[in-house]
Design a binder for this molecule. Structure first.
Ligand SMILES: [Zn+2]
Length: 251
């Protein structure tokens, strides 16, 4: 069977233990999105295997034999974020971003956008940028941008039912105006003020690191942080372990 050498650039999301000490590695890559590769224990024992450092962005050398899983044959670290280990909050947020990234959909045509979002968010958590951004804001932007990439963010500019100016968020119906929201169960609609809409719109239209810098009053920010997290959990239909750790630290 013919062997092909493949190079992928990505970050380790999860190690899945496999038979006889071998492992399956779940990666988020720029080229193929989420992939699972096979790694023999003997090939990963080596201390020079930097990919398993938390939050290491690496170049992976893989062997593909046509069908079946790609096999790990080496890696080279490109960038990592050691500062995250100095702060339990930043560490917990970074682990949450990686867990959410295990929900990147299959067969996508924009894998590099998911990877950039993850790398930008990890980079900002390090505090290397001169003007520090609050971890809660980095998390908020990561969530909304991730949901947008996944096609799960409604249009914040209009009521999804009639096109008027929206005032509410319904997790199934989208953003709704007062009239359209009235018809729905009160417990399922969430008030969204104009500052929150402006922030959502900013996150969804600005790219790169500028996406994380916006100002809003603390009351609206708090509400939006709450709603974004609820919506993420609702859409992923999952209990996110790393989110619980993050919340226990941040509160
Ligand atoms: Zn409406």
């Amino acid at each position: 069977m013919s062997r092909e050498f493949v190079q992928l650039h990505g970050i380790l999301l999860k190690i899945i233990p496999y038979a006889e000490n071998d492992s399956l590695l779940q990666l988020l890559t720029a080229e193929k999105g989420k992939v699972i590769i096979f790694a023999k224990k003997s090939s990963t024992n080596n201390k020079s295997n930097s990919y398993s450092q938390p939050f290491a962005y690496s170049k992976f050398e893989l062997i593909s034999r046509g069908h079946g899983m790609m096999v790990y044959s080496g890696s080279q670290m490109i960038e990592y974020f050691p500062e995250l280990r100095q702060s339990p909050y930043a560490m917990a947020a970074g682990e949450y971003f990686c867990e959410v990234s295990t929900f990147v959909p299959e067969n996508i045509d924009n894998p590099n956008e998911y990877l950039s979002l993850l790398l930008n968010s990890l980079y900002l958590l390090t505090g290397r940028k001169s003007k520090n951004i609050d971890i809660k804001v980095i998390k908020l932007v990561f969530e909304i941008a991730f949901l947008q990439l996944s096609g799960l963010m409604p249009d914040p500019k209009e009521c999804s039912s009639c096109g008027n100016k929206p005032d509410y968020w319904h997790f199934d119906e989208g953003f709704l105006c007062e009239n359209c929201a009235e018809k729905l169960h009160l417990s399922e609609i969430h008030k969204v003020d104009k500052n929150m809409f402006a922030a959502i719109d900013h996150i969804m239209t600005v790219n790169g690191v500028r996406r994380y810098s916006f100002t809003m009053n603390s009351e609206s920010l708090k509400s939006l942080i709450y709603l974004s997290e609820q919506y993420m959990k609702y859409r992923l239909e999952a209990e996110l372990k790393t989110l619980n750790v993050y919340k226990s630290l941040i509160n």
